[in-house]
Design a protein around this ligand. Structure first.
Ligand code: AMP
Ligand code: GLY
Length: 418
């Protein structure tokens, strides 16, 4: 089969490496891919948001199956467009991708169907939002309605910060139209868990759980990033919690989307917080998480491409989805300064035969050079989490580029779980 993967980060690299193991995959194309992905797929310079370009490429090259990985093309309707020209896809259609594309939609869905989440209010006019904030419990969480490159969530520790956040979103439009509507919600506490799941709209099969490390610096300090490392499974997510999540969150979400005539097919991502009052949804994503994918897929023992095709065909119930009992740890190597200002263009040296998922690199004159904030992730698997963490840190010491920065405590919180 000729396969096309839309996207160009570490997540897409992990998807491509796994698909490559499938006997069903003959040729794999990445749109646009990156300098590191080029070792595993043919990279085509078409942006992930260029739906016309994606469709033309698929048509001209007789693509048999497409995987649309990032949020923006999904929310823009890439799957609908590809389906229209006869290309089968893994990924939700536009009317289901809204579960990530609009926080107002997802909060209202949870309220309507009694799915546990933080209490919230929606505002479309700034004065009412400012008025509400005067008496809201502090800390309070302020979220732009639409996609905001993962930056649209502000946890305000004081009333002044809350006011500034509302003004920046609704008045200064720092997230553009995404901030025309905002959600102000209750601040929750507890361990966070990411659960990615396969669903064809009928069956839902959760993947192994994981834990992201979003802050830039050790000890969960510094700015929020796209993710500095992950571990799987997440030890806070016990079998008992998993059962509760299936009964109160996962199954009800799939059913709710069906009732709304927005059947979801693809990877549905549950960002959960395990509060004292039980697990609650912090966010839904309509896609694989990054860098969660980089620890989840290396533990998958079944054929990923076969799963993707069965999801697209609505046959997930008859398909084998097995994960190993082992653990995985991914440590992200970033350019020093990220998520603020950083320099790029440095040559990268990589060890042979390792699970390295490249996110921000390009090839120039035959050399692999850094080109982004998050440059790559190193994943190791092992029978225990402690071993996986140790191996990942041993391996990352064999990766080199100038200005390389990585957190030294990925997995620490997980290892402290009793
Ligand atoms: P997001 O950009 O949606 O992934 O959110 C970023 C982070 O903000 C999440 O991973 C949580 O740590 C935090 N967060 C979001 N909503 C809440 C909430 N209601 N209470 C506490 N923390 C939250
Ligand atoms: N790692 C969080 C996300 O992909 O949204």
């Amino acid at each position: 089969m000729k396969i096309m993967v839309v996207g160009g980060g570490g997540r897409e690299h992990a998807i491509i490496k796994k698909i490559k193991e499938s006997p069903l995959a003959d040729e794999i194309y990445a749109l646009p891919g990156n300098g590191g992905i080029a070792a595993d797929a043919v990279c085509v310079p078409v942006k992930a948001t260029d739906l016309d370009g994606i469709c033309s490429f698929a048509k001209e090259n007789n693509i048999d199956f497409a995987v649309v990985a990032p949020d923006d093309p999904l929310v823009l309707g890439a799957v609908d467009r590809l389906n229209e020209i006869g290309v089968k896809c893994f990924g939700p259609r536009k009317n289901a991708a809204i579960i990530e594309g609009s926080k107002v939609f997802s909060k209202n869905l949870m309220k309507k169907y009694n799915i546990p989440t933080a209490e919230y209010e929606v505002f479309t006019d700034m004065e009412s939002a400012l008025e509400y904030i005067k008496t809201a419990p502090i800390p309070t969480v302020i979220k732009a309605d639409g996609l905001a490159l993962g930056k649209g969530v502000i946890i305000a520790q004081t009333r002044e910060e809350a006011e500034a956040a509302v003004r920046s979103m609704m008045q200064d439009k720092v997230f553009g139209d995404s901030g025309s509507r905002i959600v102000v919600e209750e601040f929750l506490t507890g361990p966070e868990v990411s659960v990615l799941s396969f669903t064809d709209g009928k069956t839902i099969v959760p993947m192994v759980s994981s834990m992201d490390h979003k802050r830039a610096l050790d000890g969960d300090k510094g700015l929020n990033t796209g993710g500095m490392g992950t571990v799987a499974p997440n030890p806070y997510y016990t079998d008992e919690v998993a059962k509760e999540c299936m009964d109160k969150i996962f199954r009800p979400t799939v059913d709710a989307m069906n009732k709304e005539n927005r059947s979801f097919s693809g990877c549905l991502y549950f960002g959960l917080m395990l509060t004292e009052k039980g697990p609650k949804v912090i966010e839904y994503n309509c896609r694989f998480g990054d860098p969660e994918t980089q620890v989840v897929l290396p533990l998958l023992e079944s054929d990923l491409l076969e799963i993707f095709i069965s999801v697209a065909d609505g046959r997930l119930a008859d398909t084998e989805v097995n994960f190993s009992d082992g653990s995985a740890c991914c440590v992200v190597a970033a350019s020093d300064g990220y998520p603020g200002k950083y320099d790029t263009g440095f040559e990268i040296t990589l060890p042979e035969g390792k699970n390295i998922y490249v996110a921000g690199a390009k090839i120039e004159n035959g050399k692999l050079l850094t080109s982004g904030g998050r440059v790559l992730g190193v994943t190791e698997t092992a029978p225990t989490l402690a071993e996986a963490v140790k191996k990942a840190y041993d391996t990352i010491k064999t990766v080199h580029f100038e200005n390389m920065y990585y957190r030294k405590d990925i997995g620490k919180r997980a290892l402290e779980c009793k």
